[in-house]
Design a protein around this ligand. Sequence first.
Ligand code: S3P
Length: 427
Amino acid sequence: MTTDLVVRPARLSGSIRVPGDKSIAHRALLLAAIARGESRIRGLPQGEDVAATLGVIQGLGVAVMDGGSEKIVEGRGFAGLLQPGAPLDCGNSGTTIRLAAGLAAGRPFETVLTAGEQLSRRPMDRILAPLARMGARVESRDGKPPLRIHGGKLRGIEYELPVASAQVKSCLLLAGLAAEGTTSVTEPSPTRDHTERLLAAMGASIETLARTIRVRAPGAALSGLDMDVPGDFSSAAFFLAAALVAGEGEIRALGVGTNSTRTGFLKILARMGATVEVARPGTSGGEPVADLVARPAALVGAEISGELVPLAIDELPLVAVLGAFARGRTILRDAAELRVKESDRIEGVVAGLAAMGARIEERPDGFEVEGPCELRGTTVDAGGDHRIAMSLAIAALAARGETVIRGADSVAKSYPTFFADLERLRA
Ligand code: S3P
């Protein structure tokens, strides 16, 4: 069942604390599961994806306790992971299945990872090929989930990633923790480095030299974590965009992760003529955090391509929205990866904005939008994709008339309270 939601035009202002970072949360849980001793993790987001990762580590025999505002994970080392008694359901979380596959590949038992309908359509060959070279035997349904992993002895490999993907990189680094010798992964261009940071903080032998990350089986057990997960930049981005196109005064997103491998969107905004103020910088859980303050701005079109693309990968649908309000042409290239996310995000955002009256066209690897456009409310479809639902909601705030978003419930994946939070900021 999908839910429709009506978004009416509005002016927004105020402060918002977005949920904890989904990418960091997955990694903290999976790594806490193989550490020796207790980990305490605060600020985990409520969404379905992180719940799937929690279920997976519990299915591997790891005890997780609810300590009120924190989860307490009782790691018993890599060898403490036990053969699951049933298939492990990864829901629709790509990060869960790809990272869990890397962990399970190095354990001497069989693990079956199942997926929901949406994730069952997404490519897994990108992890299957390098895992096979490491000696893992994994059965799939023609390169798609479910995955049946016959884990066992692995050997380190040197691998050049054909696509810039932090999920694939992280899968191989986790497998590398259980492999003989060194595993080295070279990226075509930088991607989010949360796995590397956490592994280093836990005492793993890991080093990064230019675009190559090397990891070895740790000599001693990984130590547990005690951390606060920073606010999710990818969730905060919707409010920053809202401030630019539908702001009245400022919107302040509090305690947001500002790791530069995640904040390419801020560079894109600067190119489009909007400066986001970075206030009260600090660190949390080994990651930089700050309050981000955005105000209405006169946007101009920009061309986005190359290395900036992976650094803003989940925010690119929002760039299309901003492009519709910007003067001149906004062009996105080199982003074909968007077609294999929760949905084909190029098709989804272009169809939604075009229905609202934007002059926007698909390109094989991106889109072109000619602004400024007068958007008008209509019925648009999120295509079951949380980030498309939230992006179109931002467009709807600054459109004429009301917009019905089909499948607005998809926000439960990363940000269940998104629409309630949006309402709170109505001026
Ligand atoms: C993620 C990496 C990105 C991103 C996804 C989360 C991660 O995917 O789109 O939302 O946590 O590693 P890819 O690695 O497939 O680009």
